[in-house]
Design a protein around this ligand. Structure first.
Ligand code: ZN
Ligand code: ZN
Length: 82
């Protein structure tokens, strides 16, 4: 009985948001809301509610989409290094 198929160890399967520090797509949410950690370079980031680039407020919708990590107005990253 092996109801759970083993996922092949391919990096392309589980690509997530890109890390602003190293550029690798290994950003993963932590157990803290709005906090992310790059499992590649181990830097931690916090999702800000105000764009650090243009000052636009952003509504943080908790979805597993990369769109929430970017400013709606200027497209800059809403992640700040912690
Ligand atoms: Zn990184
Ligand atoms: Zn912005």
């Amino acid at each position: 009985m092996d109801g759970e198929p083993q996922a092949p160890p391919k990096a392309s399967v589980d690509l997530g948001p890109q890390c602003p520090h190293c550029g690798e797509p290994w950003l993963r949410p932590t157990n803290l809301p709005g906090r992310y950690r790059c499992v590649y370079c181990l830097h931690r980031f916090e999702l800000t509610s105000v764009c650090p680039n243009c000052g636009e407020h952003s509504t943080i919708v908790r979805m597993s989409s990369t769109a929430i990590l970017k400013c709606n107005a200027c497209g800059d990253s809403m992640l700040q290094a912690v």
